[in-house]
Write a protein that binds this ligand. Sequence first.
Ligand code: GLU
Length: 310
Amino acid sequence: MIKNISNLQAKLQELIITQKNLPTQGHVADYIPALAEVSPKLMGISVATIDGNVIGAGDYQIPFSIQSISKVFGLVMAMNRIGDDLWQRVNMEPSGQPFNSIIQLEWEKGIPRNPVINAGALLISDVLTSRFSASKLAFLSFMRSLAGDDNIYIDNHVYQSELSHGSRNAALAYLMKSFGNIDAEIPDVLSHYFTQCSISMNCQQLATSLLFLANKGIDPKTQKVICTPRDAHRVNAILSTSGMYDQSGEFAFSVGLPAKSGVGGGVIAIVPGYGVICTWSPPLNKFGNSVAGTKLVSGLAEELGLSIYH
Ligand code: GLU
């Protein structure tokens, strides 16, 4: 562990320079057309520690579409709202399938494998839509309060783009409804889901806002209880087994941190007892994970000896 923060800052800078000098690998997501408009060259990293340091390098202050990273926050909100009833409607197993796969959902009678694949996040969106009078606003407020920044916004261009290319997500939601596992109207569930995916945040804001997961559920900035220690443990466990989609096994094998990626190119990794790493680089590999973003996390984790399995 690098204790001296200026040494860590220098290390982040070095990792970014090394990655930026490598040829670009992967492709920016284009199944949501608005995401394809982002430059593949942008790249950032930020580290927030529970003892109050927040540092970064590269494009760490440029907002990007958080996409599936929003699933972490939605999960916490749903756990807080309905408690253990949630686990009657969604499982906690890795899927071994692509993030937007529909096949398994039919076999398993409309119960998603876990809350961080698309089917699971749509289920969570149903819980939030049904249990909050204004779920989108509640979600945005939650993000703003965790990041301590009221400027965090929903990117309407990305939202519209997702809405008009959301047939597969609609199919997942309708399939779950056919099994009786969705309560609200499907257009409302989709609208909530696309809204949370369309939130724009930068690496620094994301790293800061997730510190509670590195600190047994307590936000170290405000001392507020965001979730119980048991739920922080559960979220981290799900991120360890399923957060990097069907590359989660390899990520656990080689890095060993609870993590979540999004098709906007962001990756967050939780280091319990220490802090949060957030990286961003839009080009994705075939699993939907940022190529350079994943390498930045693994490079830093290796350098600092960060792994929950040590
Ligand atoms: N909004 C994206 C989708 O539903 C999120 C996927 C992701 O980031 O992995 O396809």
